[in-house]
Design a protein around this ligand. Sequence first.
Ligand code: HEC
Length: 209
Amino acid sequence: MKDPLFTNKIAGAILAALLLIFGLPQLTKALTGGGHHGGDGELHLAYGGDIQLATAADHGDPEPVVTLAQLMADASIAGGERRAALCKSCHTFEEGGANGAGPNLWNIVGRQVASVSGFNYTSALQEAGGVWSYDRLDAYLKNSQDYIPGTAMTQRFARDNQRADFLAYLSSLSNNPVPFPELEVTEAVTEDAAMGMATEAVEEAAENH
Ligand code: HEC
C-alpha cells in the first residue's frame, strides 16, 4: 500500500521549496492574495539576492545616489528662471546681453569656458579650459571654489534639485539647446522576466525533491 503520508510529504516539499525561494513574508503575501503586484516592487530570492523590479512605486523611493540625469529629468525650466533672479545682479541671459560683474550667459551650455569677448576673466577660469557640460556647470554652481580654485564667482548652491533647475533654465538660453544628459538604463529587470525566473526555480526545486 502507498505511504499514506505521501501526498503530505510532496506538499511539504513544495512548501519548503517555496519558502526557500521566496522567504516567508513574500510567500505569506502571495498566499494571502497580496502577491508582489501590490507589494513593494521587490522579489526576495534566497539564492540570488534581491531583484529590483522596475515599477511605478520605485519613483518615490529615497535613493541615496541620484544622478544629474535623473535630477534634470525632473527639473523645471520655469523654476530655474525664477531662481535665476539670484544670478541677475551679475549676469545677463539674453542673446547679445551685456557683461556685468559676470559674463553674459546666453548659450552657456556647450560654450567654451571663459570665452565671452570683452569680459575680464580670472586666469583660474581661463586655465580651466574645455567647454561647459552639464556636469561641469553643476560642479561649478555647487562649489565654484572647490571646482576651480581662484575663480571670481563665489556663490554656492547646495541643493541638487535647485541646481538642476538652473541647468534646465541655462539650457533653454540657446537657439540649439544641448540635450539633457541621458538617463542610464540600469539592470531594470522586468516583472515578467523575474516571474519567469521564479517559476523556473520553483519547478526545479520541486523536481529535485
Ligand atoms: C556676485 C556676482 C555673481 C553672481 C550672483 C553669479 N555669478 Fe556667475 N560669475 C560671476 C563672475 C565674476 C564670473 C567670472 C568668474 C571668473 O572669471 O573666474 C562668473 C562666471 C560664471 C560662469 C562661467 C561663465 C563663462 O563664460 O565661462 C557661469 C556658468 C556662471 N557664472 C553661472 C552663474 C549662475 C547660473 C548664477 C546664478 C545661479 C551666477 N553665476 C551667479 C559672478 C556672479
